[in-house]
Design a protein around this ligand. Structure first.
Ligand SMILES: Nc1nc2c(c(=O)[nH]1)N[C@@H](CN(C=O)c1ccc(C(=O)N[C@@H](CCC(=O)O)C(=O)O)cc1)CN2
Length: 285
């Protein structure tokens, strides 16, 4: 078996095309959505991701507000930028690019954000809304994964899903989304403390690998016919992405997300969707 591709690039392009029309409609009503980004430090990956987010904004007609601080920025300096974006009417949604340099209190900075402008769905109020099943912005990578699966007709209803990882952007919120009635999956969350990861993986219809451990998920651990999403980003000596999924998995799985070209573009598209939805909500109220 050679797995079919869960094509994030193509799916994200379709989402962006729909968003372009919705942004044009908002502009006709006098509303221009604006995405702010707060980027602290010089991590090359973070710079690349933020640049990609602003390229996407230009494509769909969303205005960009870029705020950059050096790696030496103090907690107070970052908090001042967050307060400034909270108050700026041109900024209808924004994100703080993670991870922040060591020494900064990430949770305190996220808590300071105006939840109505939280484009990532990572503010505690919005994570709480997700737990309570109330409407709000959904975390971009987890919801991007669900949209990618839906778009390719992969059955989520009733599926056994294994999520590997427990980080705040993917691992923690992913099971909350998958177990909503609209998705109806049964989820096992694995992490570095899991005793026998392979035993869990072998039962999974869908695997979301987000541990950041190169080639952690091996072909012999995958149930034939499963869907496998590779969300891990490690780099080899030449800077090339190495995912959490061993390339041999393509011979066992029915569906596989390429990395790059799978979940990454969906994360970016979902961010734009959150910005547009927030602007539409504001325009209606
Ligand atoms: N505030 C946030 N910080 C981070 C998030 C997040 O959702 N919100 N997620 C990740 C990084 N991330 C978004 O910010 C992200 C990762 C990857 C991509 C992407 O398009 N990747 C490309 C490959 C790019 C490359 O060559 O390096 C792909 O997969 O095709 C976009 C966004 C951590 N931080």
């Amino acid at each position: 078996m050679t797995a079919q591709i869960l094509d994030g690039k193509a799916t994200a392009a379709a989402i962006k095309s729909d968003l372009t029309a919705r942004v044009a409609a908002l502009k006709e009503k006098g509303v221009t959505p604006g995405l702010g980004t707060v980027l602290v430090g010089d991590d090359p990956g973070s710079h690349k991701y933020v640049a990609g987010k602003h390229r996407d904004c230009a494509q769909v007609g969303i205005a960009s507000l870029q705020r950059e601080l050096p790696a030496t920025a103090t907690q107070e300096a970052v908090e001042a930028v967050v307060r400034e974006l909270n108050a700026d009417p041109a900024c209808t949604g924004y994100i703080v690019q993670l991870p922040l340099p060591r020494g900064l209190d990430e949770n305190r900075i996220l808590e300071l954000m105006d939840p109505a402008k939280d484009a990532d769905g990572l503010h505690p109020t919005n994570l709480g809304r997700l737990v309570l099943n109330e409407p709000g912005p959904l975390p971009c990578t987890p919801y991007g994964i669900i949209r990618l699966l839906r778009e390719h007709g992969v059955e989520i209803n009733g599926a056994e899903v294994v999520v590997v990882g427990r980080g705040v952007t993917i691992g923690r919120p992913m099971p909350l989304l998958l177990t909503r009635r609209s998705e109806n999956a049964t989820v096992t969350q694995c992490h570095t403390g899991t005793r026998d990861l392979a035993a869990h993986l072998r039962r999974a219809d869908i695997v979301v690998a987000a541990a950041g451990v190169p080639h952690l998920v091996k072909p012999e651990d995958i149930k034939p016919g499963a869907a496998v999403l590779d969300v891990g980003v490690s780099r080899d000596e030449s800077g090339k992405i190495v995912g959490d999924v061993h390339p041999g998995v393509a011979e066992v799985a029915a569906w596989l997300s390429p990395n790059p070209g799978g979940v990454g573009p969906m994360t970016r598209a979902q961010l734009l969707a959150n910005v547009v939805e927030a602007a539409e909500r504001a325009a209606e109220s």
